[in-house]
Write a protein that binds this ligand. Structure first.
Ligand SMILES: [Zn+2]
Length: 435
């Protein structure tokens, strides 16, 4: 049966079939290696090489009379018509449906070069079905049966693979992350996990090191996106911070990042009112984050592009929101106990940030600007204890509650594999990546 169908294909097609099988075998081998947890699972380059080989190849020939399955990689400049032609779909009704049906049209609106599209046709090119990942989380399936066409989106089932990387910071966190091929979203998670302990705008030093264990999500062998950080160790200025993800099987409420001994990483206060990002990352980069020091005035200044989001460092109630002399557009938030924070020179206010409003940690207070006495766009940030300004970079901040006793045994059990990987990287010199 298989031979019969092959014989209907042109010699070029047959070569493609063989080549496709080889490419799949290659990529399968690469994935097999990656699936193993160990030092050899770190490099990710072989995967992309194998995948690019697999592009534009017939992946299998149906065992039944009608089914021919093809897989194509979308090229720059592809249209719905050109991609259907390469997939061997010769079916005017299907083309019309894919072009005009509102649900199916998502496909032609999302033809992204490099993405893979799969189709099944009859032996004469009549459309049977098609599937395509229209977003990182959804797959579109279009099918034809006796009643006509149907189009539906379903959630992509993803396989998780554990990756691990380590680096020493030479210039900036992002430069080091790039040098070892760490996805941006993982870098951002690392900054977020330690946002109660480390101000990534000001505290990062040359020679700082990090080791991170994280998930990468795949669908049928194709990389979809980076997943969650499972464990991370960050050595900042000689001090070691470690975090491990934990989610209690009994209670969804008990989840988050904890130190290896079960202390909560989440803090009542964030170290910095600015989220760490490529844009705000200053250390050694385009922009220096501080242009005044604590000694010169009662706050800390963060240089950042106008419009950068400013977040509340802790839960609280808005005590002041409006113009205030040299501060320009300013907000004061009163927090638990004796603490309050002030954010100044803003270009505008966050939604609903008015006097008396309740604010949660991370909510948008406003946006970086240069209103009031400011020579350039920056955030002037003050931290007050009993109305007296103190240096927020050095103050000890109250922590959230640790894991309860009854969760600790399960936590240790689940945290162990990730922490073992961190330890493994700590003792393996080859992971000291250079940037
Ligand atoms: Zn200032």
């Amino acid at each position: 049966m298989k031979i019969e169908i092959l014989s209907r294909l042109s010699p070029a097609r047959i070569r493609q079939v063989r080549f496709g099988a080889l490419a799949l075998a290659l990529s399968g081998a690469a994935f097999g290696t990656l699936g193993v947890v160990g030092p050899e699972s770190v490099p990710s380059a072989p995967v992309s090489q194998a995948l690019s080989l697999a592009g534009s190849a017939v992946i299998s020939i149906g065992e039944e009379d009608r089914g021919v399955f093809r897989e194509e990689r979308i090229q720059r400049g592809d249209t719905l018509a050109s991609i259907l032609e390469r997939l061997g779909v010769d079916d005017q009704a299907a083309f019309q449906y894919l072009r005009s049906n509102p649900a199916a049209r998502v496909l032609s609106n999302n033809l992204r070069p490099g993405k893979t599209i799969r189709a099944e046709t009859g032996s004469d090119g009549e459309f049977v079905s098609l599937s395509y990942a229209v977003s990182p989380t959804e797959i579109l399936k279009v099918a034809k049966d006796d009643n006509g066409f149907t189009a539906a989106k379903t959630e992509i089932p993803l396989d998780k693979r554990v990756h691990m990387k380590a680096a020493e910071i030479r210039h900036s966190l992002f430069a080091s992350a790039d040098a070892i091929g760490l996805p941006d979203s993982v870098t951002m998670q690392v900054a977020e996990i330690f946002s109660g302990d480390i101000d990534f705008h000001k505290d990062i030093r040359r020679g700082d090191r990090f080791r991170v264990v994280y998930e990468m999500l795949y669908h049928e062998g194709e990389f979809i996106r980076a997943g969650r950080v499972l464990a991370v160790e960050f050595v900042n200025n000689g001090k070691t911070f470690a975090a491990v993800w934990y989610e209690s099987p009994d209670s969804k409420d008990v989840s988050g990042y904890f130190t290896p001994d079960g202390k909560n990483l989440r803090k009542a206060f964030l170290r910095s009112p600015l989220e760490f990002s490529r844009v705000t990352s200053g250390f050694g980069g385009r922009m220096h984050p501080i242009f005044q020091t604590w000694k010169q005035h009662t706050g800390v200044d963060y240089a950042a592009p106008a419009g950068t989001r400013i977040r509340a460092v802790a839960d609280g109630v808005v005590e002041f929101s409006g113009k205030q002399g040299g501060y320009g557009n300013a907000v004061v938030i009163r927090h638990q106990g004796q603490y309050s924070t002030l954010y100044a020179h803003m270009s505008g206010f966050g939604p609903g940030v008015t006097k008396g409003a309740r604010i949660s940690q991370g909510d948008t207070v406003g946006f970086v600007g240069q209103t009031g006495w400011a020579t350039g766009p920056h955030l002037h940030y003050e931290f007050r204890v009993a109305s007296v300004a103190v240096n927020p970079l050095t103050i000890a901040l109250p922590a959230a509650l640790p894991l309860e006793e009854r969760h600790l045994a399960d936590f240790r059990l689940r945290a162990q594999p990730s922490m073992t990987r961190i330890t493994m990287m700590r003792t393996t010199a080859q992971f000291a990546a250079l940037d």
